[in-house]
Design a protein around this ligand. Structure first.
Ligand SMILES: O=C(O)CCC(=O)N[C@@H](C(=O)O)c1ccccc1
Length: 367
């Protein structure tokens, strides 16, 4: 594949409601899109980094800079470029996995579109639709939380994930259980707790949760292993699982019994598939996480979520969970499921007038 150039585009997408997690509240999603232009096709990728480095060390401006200054130019010298050669070409540059993932996905998308191959088929999808869960942010009150959960259940979501943090954990879970019974329910702390909270977190065990996600710091595998020894609820890791090796180590240490796979967090869909394979080899179920992606990133996530080891509903919600107008034709929930795009590549393309409306910056990097 010969790339003629790459466009880096920053868009600002208003969220339908503020999204509050333990690491902050977002009302507008600033997202970075990468468009790879080749003689045969154009490919799209989305970088999940936030405006500020609150989920991980990456953030939108840094991702745009490292793409323009180092990552995209690094592809210039790669003979017979294809998606499998992107990660090795970018390996000399440390970190910046979300920026690397956006570029690799765009190269993969361009290649697949040129060959008429759907993303899901290329990755090894075995389903045409994927079951969908939804992530419910921290709300002002318990009644507001119950209203939000009721709305999502009415919309057909098959699993509820509650964001938790110190001071907002056992009570919200208890309230949801009392109102809605034994619906599929899990919690996500985004590293908000310390080992001193371990005993308190065992208080979540009686509620029959599907999992407790990433209560401790990204690098605290021992802390997660100790919690796992004290509770019957599976421990799930998100921020800690940055590679297939990290997944193998975490499983070996007993630090996780479930893994949330996010292609952006691990450097791309090819590493995401390797993590899927490592987990499958250890009998560890995985599910597809989300980072408020527009339809571009969402399409690729849905294709990934159709792989055989994705045994739990993911955060692949419908477009209207976050956006009144998505960049692409919206993903709509049908009986709690989203359809895996069937077209070549990721199967969707941003709608030009929508894209122009929300674009705040574009950079063209010729190769
Ligand atoms: O449904 C979604 O796209 C968001 C699901 C969700 O809660 N994502 C959280 C997370 O901690 O997993 C997140 C949001 C934005 C950025 C990083 C992470």
């Amino acid at each position: 594949m010969k790339i003629t150039g790459v466009e880096i585009r920053t868009v600002e997408m208003p969220l339908v409601t503020p999204f509050r997690t333990s690491f902050g509240t977002e009302t507008v999603r600033e997202a970075l899109l990468v468009r790879v232009v080749t003689g045969e096709a154009e490919g799209w990728g989305e970088c999940g980094a936030g405006t500020a480095p609150l989920y991980s060390s990456e953030y939108t401006h840094a991702a745009a800079d490292v793409l323009a200054r180092y990552l995209i130019p690094a592809l210039a010298g790669v003979p017979d470029l294809d998606a499998h050669r992107v990660a090795p070409a970018l390996a000399p540059f440390k970190g910046h996995r979300m920026a690397k993932a956006a570029l690799e996905t765009a190269v993969l998308d361009a290649d697949l579109r040129a060959r008429g191959v759907p993303f899901g088929q290329a990755l090894g999808a075995v389903r045409d639709t994927v079951p969908c869960g939804v992530s419910v942010g921290i709300t002002e009150s318990i009644p507001a939380l119950l209203d939000a959960v009721a709305e999502y259940l009415d919309a057909g979501y098959l699993r509820i994930k509650l964001k938790i943090e110190p001071g907002w954990d056992i009570e919200p879970v208890r309230a949801v259980r009392e109102r809605f019974g034994d619906i599929p329910l899990q919690v996500d702390a985004n590293t908000a707790y310390g080992r001193a909270d371990l005993r308190h977190l065992t208080g979540l065990d009686p509620f029959g949760l599907l999992l407790i996600e990433q209560p401790f710091a990204q690098d605290d595998l021992i802390g997660h292993a100790r919690l796992a020894e004290r509770i019957t609820t599976p421990v799930c890791l998100d921020e800690s699982i940055v590679s297939a090796r990290a997944a193998a180590d975490a499983i070996a240490l007993g630090a996780c019994q479930v893994v949330n796979i996010k292609p952006g967090r691990v450097g791309g869909h090819l590493e995401a598939r390797r993590i899927h394979d490592v987990c499958a080899a250890h009998g560890v179920p995985v599910w597809c996480g989300g980072m408020l992606e527009t339809g571009v990133g969402r399409a690729a996530n849905i294709a990934l979520a159709a792989l055989p080891g994705f045994l739990l509903p993911g955060d692949t919600s419908a477009s209207d969970r976050y956006y009144r107008t998505d960049l692409t034709p919206p993903f709509r929930l049908v009986d709690g499921h989203l359809a895996v795009p069937e077209g070549p590549g990721i199967g969707v393309t941003p709608i030009p007038e929508v894209l122009d409306d929300v674009t705040v910056r574009t950079t063209w990097v010729p190769l």
